[in-house]
Design a protein around this ligand. Sequence first.
Ligand code: IMP
Ligand code: MG
Length: 175
Amino acid sequence: MSGKVDVFISSEKIEERLAQLGQQITSDYGNKKLVVICILKGAFIFCSDLIRYIKTPLKMEFIKVSSYGDDTKSSGHVKFELDVSESLNDKDVLIVEDIVDSGLTMKELINHVRSHKPSSVKVASLLLKPENLTHEVKVDYVGFSIPNKFVIGYGLDYAGHYRELPYIGVWNADS
Ligand code: IMP
Ligand code: MG
């Protein structure tokens, strides 16, 4: 693959937005005991940065799903590879994801979490591609709405690579 990665959303912009999201989440949940579920692998950086802006007491859980193979196309089904380790019954749950694209992954995640009978379920996603959304999901906290571009960095990958970039980048094939 020839070309280079262009900065699409800078680390400064990401940090600024995370501070706003953290404030909003803190004021929505107050002193409730929140359970934050980080969706691996993609959300690991976003989630760890975001929780440092949340002042509501919280516990962390992790779910790992895979829906993509080695490229940019969805395989069309979601596989659960790791699940929560404590009961979500009667808990206020916030699912933290890197990106909602077609919404398939999030729809399955919400159904899965709801089957544990939590008292509430909300979703925070760093990115949302509204043009691609074909499944009915509500994203309560959106970092950035973006056009239909394939993005990498800040946790997001292309075939497992580029997660370590401190910004959100887009592939520029022309340079
Ligand atoms: P969905 O099920 O179609 O909503 O896809 C969601 C998953 O696809 C995300 O959790 C990502 O892992 C992956 N994904 C979708 N768009 C992108 C992108 O632009 N860059 C990297 N991964 C993406
Ligand atoms: Mg993902």
